[in-house]
Design a protein around this ligand. Sequence first.
Ligand code: XMP
Length: 519
Amino acid sequence: MDTIVVLDFGSQTTQLIGRRIRDLGVYSEVLPGTEPIPESIRPNVAGVILSGSPASVHEPDAPKVDRSVLSLEVPVLGICFGLQQLIERAGGSVARASRREYGRAPLRFRNNGGAHPLFRGVSDNFLSWMSHGDSLSSLPDSFEVLAESHTGVPAAVRSVSERVLGIQFHPEVTHCEYGNRILENFVVGICGASRDWSMDHYVGQARKEIRDAVGNRSVLTLISGGVDSTVTGALLLDALDPEQVHLMYIDTGLMRKGETDEVRHSLEELGATHLHIIDARERFLSALSNVADPERKREIIGDLFMTVQQEELAAREIGEDLLAQGTLYTDLIESGKGIGSHAQVIKSHHNVRAPLVAEKREAGLIIEPLSKLYKDEVRQLGRVLGLPETVVGRHPFPGPGLAVRIVGEITAERIRILQDADAIYTDELRSRGLYDKIWQAFAVLLPVRSVGVVGDTRAYGSVVALRAVSSADGMTADVYPMETRDLLEISARITNEVSEVGRVVYDVSSKPPATIEWE
Ligand code: XMP
């Protein structure tokens, strides 16, 4: 299959370039920038993109593209630092920055650049997206400017041979006007790559990679109930003989209502034969009794989770061979050193401290089949693998579960009240067509009682806060502007159906200053 190789020099947006190209239906692979392209994929390479980098070409240890890459007979596009290193190599010069340029910048075409295939369909003075320190100061004779900034700095160039192109701006960033069009012009128009990539292809490829890695050994996945680990489990079941696949799920009792059954049901539907569902509800409840401090709750849950996990693995004599984790690209810490070094990094707060993960990693026994994907691609993969929408489309959920949404003490009754209120909220958002528009929505049980009237008597009911936020990655968040009518109807349903709840409030705090979770 035609492949566009994206060479990673450490930019935050490298994977996004690969992702945009896959969105065009063209297969793309992100590889470490400083290494040669592996022999095995070379015949398929239709074009190469050199990513940006936090480094400057003036730094002595700045990453450099391997010479062999430039002798491939395919089009090359340098983006930002990628462009600068190409120009330096060819004898041009790059000026050190006195300050960074960041944000939208209009570009004008030069030398009939608007007629160049890279800019087909792009209008003059389009708003590019810049994020760079250094910039090109002079071009070698073998290059020509296609577009420049309003201060005359080269922003797009081509080599006279036409094989090498470069742009100073970032077409992969959504704020870049015509960004996708420019990538499409390069990938499809200039490289001639065929659009034959789809999620089905990914499954075929992942299947092969998983089979090669696992052989006839067994593999364990710890299922959290979240999308990523469930999709990982589904992928293993698809790729391997279900006899080789052990899925372990610890029911802490702090899951959303019905979640354990849904996870069980969907994995059984996919043919899981070794599904180890551990009922640890009582243990968690008793460990958390009389604990109100949020950090203490997290500690207790994290520690107990690991204890249960180790005890159960030992008792069942599983977990001897490989461990598969649902690590996504965005879970990997951005080290700025290229994807080679990313492999060090691990996922959730449970796993970070888990001796099992450290031990498996040490022994090279970890596989992370989702690590090239973005969250919405994982959801798409889950659908292709046959997971139900309720599982693949679910909002993110914190590791400590409802414990951090029950402010104050945790009791079996308070868990039940929150689960019921939360289930109604979710159900209403789904039926109103709002669930998929919201990054995260959930109910929180507050440690206050407020007065109300039930029939003719005064009653002290619990207070539930509803939260709904828009966000791209959970790092910052805006309040979802819920219609008053929706809020009133949802509130009425909660107070009618959950008799312990006497009052419902809507949380109108963005992040920052608030966090998404209450604890
Ligand atoms: P905050 O509350 O920090 O949450 O704004 C940001 C995102 O992270 C999730 N979250 C957690 N996830 N363990 C997790 O695995 C945790 O302890 C935890 N705390 C918050 C939260 O749901 C949101 O998506």
